[in-house]
Design a protein around this ligand. Structure first.
Ligand code: ATP
Ligand code: MG
Length: 667
């Protein structure tokens, strides 16, 4: 049921009210704005249609694409869990993302408004994108890349990165994008695992006001055993910094790409041809090489981008702030939006360079209408203060998205109020590298949204919450999030390791895909994500979700951010340990720690009261902004740290560890 909450929700002042988090969870709804609902790309009808005929629904969505050979088959599930979608169809992904828009007369439409961190800008139309992708495809072919060869891409956030990905797709060479901030070690293991033949990189990119080198990490990675098959390194000149050069192996992008013919005939590939390998964030363990293929993947990212962001390609300016080295960058910067002919903003740098209003300045400058970002960024902006976005004209925004972690109600409300003028729908989208595309989310023109909940599976997606025995839990109860039917953009396997694919996702619950996340259904049947099951704490016989304790902590006015872990404890099995970042002016003392413990106990009950609370300056995060709780658990249990290769900044852990001996302990 939906009701208008505008009377009570001009509420920055009351969001810290102790009972609010609970209140929001149970009762708040924001109906879609009437105008948006009236013109929405997707209406409630889609749920019914997909429910009546799921495969027919996806076959219909596949017709969003331009196929060289139309598929007759939709799903082949004869050898579960190895799916084939649209297997007898053929298509070219780059043609679908670029050429067909030019053929439809949209060559002058801007594909990317690029904003470099130093303030340099460049707009790339679809016609220009077509030329560059064609030339890059020829260049890769000249370097000997053939269909099926893997290409590693280790780049800053610049247009050439999207061009490189599309050029690979165009010639059927699966890419493996490695986040540009990773170390030589992390890059080397990914090059080895995928057995890459070419690496595309840049001299460097701009980060926090300085050129930050990339090429040296490639040079170092390629000294490691297992990388011998890399025969060429293609280097984009971005910063102009000095680079070491290996004659015969290294090639400047501008020297080889610019001289190629501007036309390139795209070859049609099988729908199940590999499109890319992408390694997961490594929040819970060693990263897994997730394999995605062509036709089903593009169908779902195209449909979901159209449905969830209600994209009107003629008028919208869409901006996803993710890095392209993360799956969100693949699906919702490159393949989804471009397949829909979107105009996008592509920003190279960090949100606070040269000032903390940089993002909002960009929104104002380009008239961004749809913004897709992560809770970690929203919480950082909250910490910097409401007055910063208030200085900019954000009135162009009409849809706000969130992805990456459960978004705590506090941050959700702040996002809607301070970025969305208290009227813009917020869509909290749950999905994973493995799912390829968005799976559970409100639809902005249909769903009455609830702060903190991802709510409902998209049309054509079957998800539920089960208990230990695979029984679906009733409304109001919690358990494990599972996907009960195959979906078009599902991973096909873990690269080179079918057994790990079976063990990781398909063995815990029979015939169900186990996502690894805990979830609960509320009384309306809406889904709330509760964090990784690896993170769920067992305290004196009770399962307690880290997400809920974190949300309770962040609802206290002095807490900007929180990470909670369960540490082995002789009395209670696990004890709740919280690491908190305080807001600017809050003083760190025993009194405050007690106050926070009491606050959580009041919100969630005494069982959830943290045993220890440790104020820290930073939290360990992956490159995509997720908190790495397993490292905090290592700290809390006095163990050596596990795999840290995907950590943004390893000094954070030293800082936290150095604080630990003086940490306030229990009662
Ligand atoms: P690894 O699998 O190596 O541990 P990872 O799971 O962090 O890495 P990703 O695929 O980038 O790597 O992240 C997917 C996970 O992010 C989901 O399983 C879920 O835990 C979390 N997540 C993403 N979006 C949401 C959301 N909207 N709400 C709650 N959780 C989310
Ligand atoms: Mg995962």
């Amino acid at each position: 049921m939906a009701w208008d909450t505008t009377d009570t929700l001009g509420m920055g002042d009351v969001v810290s009210n102790e009972s609010l988090a609970n209140l929001l969870r149970e009762e708040r709804r924001f109906a879609p704005p009437a105008e948006l609902a009236a013109s929405a790309n997707v209406t409630a009808e889609a749920y019914k249609r997909a429910k009546a005929d799921r495969l027919g629904f996806w076959a219909e969505q596949a017709r969003r694409l331009t196929w060289a050979t139309e598929p007759n088959e939709t799903l082949d599930w004869s050898n579960p869990p190895f799916a084939k979608w649209f297997a007898d169809g053929k298509l070219n992904v780059a043609y679908n993302c670029v050429d067909r828009h030019v053929e439809n007369g949209l060559g002058d439409r801007v594909a990317f408004h690029f904003e470099g961190e130093p303030g340099d800008t460049r707009s790339l139309t679809y016609a220009e994108l077509q030329r560059e992708v064609s030339q890059a495809a020829h260049a890769l072919t000249e370097l000997g890349v053939q269909g099926g060869d893997r290409v590693a891409i280790y780049m800053p956030m610049i247009p050439e990165t999207a061009v490189a990905m599309l050029a690979c797709a165009r010639i059927g060479a699966p890419h493996s994008v490695v986040f540009g901030g990773f170390s030589a070690d992390a890059l080397a293991t990914r090059i080895q695992d995928a057995d890459a033949r070419v690496v595309i990189t840049a001299d460097g990119g701009y980060r926090r006001g300085k050129p930050s080198a990339l090429k040296p990490a490639v040079d170092e990675a390629l000294t490691r055993p297992g990388t011998e098959n890399v025969r060429s390194v293609l280097v984009v000149r971005r910063t102009g910094q000095d680079v070491a050069w290996s004659e015969g192996r290294d090639v400047w992008w501008h020297e080889i790409v610019d001289r190629q013919p501007e036309q390139h005939t795209p070859e049609a590939f099988d729908a199940e041809h590999p499109l890319f390998i992408l390694y997961t964030s490594g929040t819970t363990g060693k990263p897994k090489g997730i394999l995605h293929t062509t036709g089903g993947y593009l169908t779902q990212v195209s449909y979901t981008h159209h449905a969830v962001f209600d994209l009107k390609p003629e008028t919208d300016v869409y901006w996803c702030t993710a890095d392209v080295g993360w799956v969100t960058g693949h699906s919702y910067i490159v393949y989804g939006p471009l397949s829909n002919g979107a105009t996008e903003v592509l920003y190279e740098g960090t949100p606070d360079t040269p000032h903390q209003g940089r993002w909002w300045e960009i929104v104002q400058k380009y008239g961004v209408t749809i913004l897709y970002t992560a809770p970690t960024a929203i919480r950082a902006c909250m910490k910097w203060g409401d007055d910063i976005p208030a200085k900019f004209d954000l009135s162009s925004l009409r849809i706000l998205g969130s992805v990456g972690e459960p978004i705590n109600p506090e941050a959700w409300i702040w996002y809607r109020k301070h970025i969305g003028a208290d009227q813009t729908p917020v869509v909290d989208t749950w999905w994973q590298t493995e799912t390829g595309g968005i799976m559970i989310t409100p639809l902005p023109g249909v769903t009455a949204t609830k702060p903190g909940s991802a709510q409902v599976p998209l049309p054509g997606i079957s998800a539920t919450v089960v208990d230990d025995d695979t029984n679906e839990v009733p409304n109001g109860a919690g358990g494990y999030l599972v996907l009960t039917e195959p979906w078009p953009s599902m991973l096909r396997t873990i690269w080179g390791d079918d057994q790990r694919y079976l063990d990781t996702y398909w063995s815990r619950f029979e015939k169900r895909y186990f996502a690894g996340d805990g979830a609960k259904k509320d009384d309306d049947g809406d889904i709330w994500l509760l964090g990784r099951v690896d993170d769920v704490m067992l305290v004196s016989g009770h399962n307690i979700s880290t997400t809920e304790v974190e949300s309770a902590l962040v609802s206290h006015p002095k807490v900007a951010e929180a990470a909670v872990v369960g540490a082995t404890d002789p009395q209670t099995t696990q004890a709740i340990c919280a690491f908190v970042i305080l807001r600017g002016s809050a003083a760190e003392d025993e009194g405050l720690v007690e106050e926070l413990r009491a606050h959580v106990a009041k919100q969630l009950g005494p069982i959830a009261k943290p045993k220890r609370i440790l104020p820290v300056a930073e939290l360990p995060k992956t490159r995509s902004g997720k908190i790495m709780r397993r490292l905090l658990r290592d700290v809390a249990e006095n163990r050596a740290l596990g795999d840290v290769t995907t950590l943004t900044d390893s000094s954070v852990m030293e800082l936290i560890q150095s604080k630990l001996p003086s940490a306030p302990s229990e009662d």
